[in-house]
Design a protein around this ligand. Structure first.
Ligand code: ATP
Ligand code: MG
Length: 498
């Protein structure tokens, strides 16, 4: 809805209702009535208003009053009665009410001034206009009055409605000031443009480039929060293209910016791995909402610059780029303040294994190669296969068909082998403890050697994946290594354990 009349806005506002006991009343009318009682101006503002116009109403309501936001929140919580949960943040002069799945934030209108080295402003009380001036984008700076005598009146000093209709992200004031004051807004700018599929207005875009170095005063936590939001949009590549065009990517994620390079020798060029990566990312995003699968897609080729060689007759090669890329993941996660737990390991694993299914398909799909792949990928095998299919970005339809055919073979074989050998969460049928007991070995290389030869024997299909076969195999190995088996007690122990 681009140009609603005040009557339409009133109807929209009134569609949000609250129920207390048996009476049901429009939420915003009740807010207006409380503000009237306190004798203060009250508006709904920001993202909520934007989303009303976009006809995708959100559950987060931002209220600004000309006066004390906390006093307003306290009065409104009392009005709602039981079921309303009030939190007051005195340091920030803000308050929040949680009410049946809706979150209402209250703040007093303020005027801000910034110091050079911090994105935290010094605030003083201000008018609604002051408050709108300090907002990040024209589309986020609209307010609708809630006091009874002006109920439903839109206050839109920067013509946010037109930018919304035209699909434009622009700052309300001089973008150099807006971005330099709080550089996080640069990432918010890209985030909104990506999520809404909007274009960044020219002046605003140029200011992104001029102020990009200011991003360094923003904490890694806030940066990753925005990057994750960009990652979770429908077509995340749009955001990364913008970040790269304005030079922010080079600062935040240089490993990715470094992929934007095409080298030519003897008339032979390799592909541009930056745009290839973004295609893979979008392919994955179209198939899965998983944030860290998307991260794996974004990072799957970051080992390429380091591994690039010119080798005849092949031409450009990237041997081991998956391995070199995987090695970079822990440091990169630490720096970006991404989680260092199993989510990091998951991304590292997918990056490391992302060439494997293709290699298997190329070499002819043997049982033992498939067993090894299943063993290493474990429960992430389906995500890995999805990533690998997303990685096929060739425009050549015949080549593409060929690849997809090979993958189908790999997939079929994966199912077949898993049914037969249950390798997914494979544990060798005889463990290290038992090996040490049986052959009276202290912890050390001999135990390791026995364990890994047993693992290989199962994965290579030399013996079946069961206890009796494993024990027989180990006995034979141990005998060749000159080890003798300790009799009875160990036998009993294992029987009791298993
Ligand atoms: P969403 O919640 O969907 O991500 P939003 O626009 O509601 O989008 P919030 O971060 O919830 O974003 O902020 C609410 C409003 O506060 C914004 O619409 C904007 O007016 C203002 N705002 C938030 N962060 C900033 C900022 N860093 N600089 C200026 N204004 C901001
Ligand atoms: Mg919000």
């Amino acid at each position: 809805m681009i140009n609603p009349s005040q009557t339409q806005l009133v109807a929209l506002l009134d569609s949000f209702t609250t129920t207390s006991g048996t009476t049901s009343a429009p939420l915003f009318r009740r807010l207006g009535a409380v503000a009237d009682r306190l004798g203060i101006e009250c508006y709904v503002v920001g993202g909520f208003v934007r989303d009303i116009f976009l006809e995708s109403p959100s559950k987060d309501v931002d209220i600004v009053v000309v006066g004390s936001g906390i006093a307003m929140a306290e009065a409104f919580a009392a009005e709602l009665g039981r079921g309303a949960h009030l939190s007051v943040f005195r340091n920030f002069g803000t308050a929040q009410i949680k009410w049946k799945g809706t979150e209402i934030e209250f703040v007093g209108a303020r005027k801000e001034s910034y110091t050079h080295d911090s994105r935290k402003p010094v605030c003083e009380d201000g008018t609604l206009a002051d408050d709108q001036n300090r907002r990040d984008f024209t589309i986020n700076a609209m307010a609708i009055s809630l006091n009874a005598h002006r109920y439903g009146e839109l206050v839109d000093p920067f013509d946010g409605r037109h930018d919304l209709a035209d699909g434009i992200v622009a700052t309300p004031l001089d973008p150099d000031i807006t971005f330099s004051d709080d550089p996080l807004r640069m990432l918010r700018c890209v985030r909104f443009a990506t999520r809404l599929r909007f274009v960044i207005e020219d002046e605003t875009f140029e200011a992104l480039g001029r102020n990009r170095e200011r991003i360094r005063i923003v904490s890694a936590e806030r940066i990753i929060d925005e990057l994750n939001k960009i990652m979770l949009t429908e077509q995340p590549s749009r955001g990364f293209v913008e970040l790269h065009r304005c030079g922010l990517l080079e600062i935040i994620l240089p490993e990715l910016a470094a992929l934007d390079l095409v080298e030519t020798r003897n008339g032979r060029s390799h592909k541009n791995n930056f745009y290839h990566t973004l295609e893979v990312l979008d392919n994955v995003a179209a198939a899965s909402q998983k944030l860290f699968l998307r991260w794996a897609a974004l990072l799957h080729d970051i080992g390429k610059p380091q591994s690039k060689r010119w080798e005849l007759p092949a031409g450009w090669t990237f041997h081991n780029h998956n391995y070199l890329g995987a090695k970079k993941i822990p440091d990169l996660f630490r720096r970006l303040k991404l989680p260092m737990d199993e989510r990091m390991k998951y991304v590292r694993k997918l990056v490391n294994l992302h060439m494997r299914p293709i290699a298997i398909a190329d070499d002819g799909v043997t049982d033992s190669a498939v067993r090894r792949l299943l063993f290493e990928a474990g429960d992430d095998i389906d995500d890995l296969m999805l990533l690998c299919e997303a990685d096929i970005t060739t425009g050549n339809e015949i080549r593409k068909k060929g690849f997809l055919n090979n993958f189908r073979t790999v997939r079929r074989k994966l199912v077949e082998i898993e049914e037969k050998d249950r390798i997914r969460n494979f544990q060798p049928p005889v463990g290290g403890e038992e090996i040490m007991r049986r052959f009276a070995l202290p912890p050390g290389p001999a135990v390791g050697a026995l364990k890994s030869s047993l693992k290989d024997a199962v994965l290579d299909g030399v013996i079946p994946n069961d206890y009796e076969a494993a024990l027989a195999y180990l006995r034979e190995k141990a005998r060749k290594m000159g080890l003798s088996e300790t009799p009875e007690p160990a036998e009993n122990k294992t029987a009791a354990e298993s």
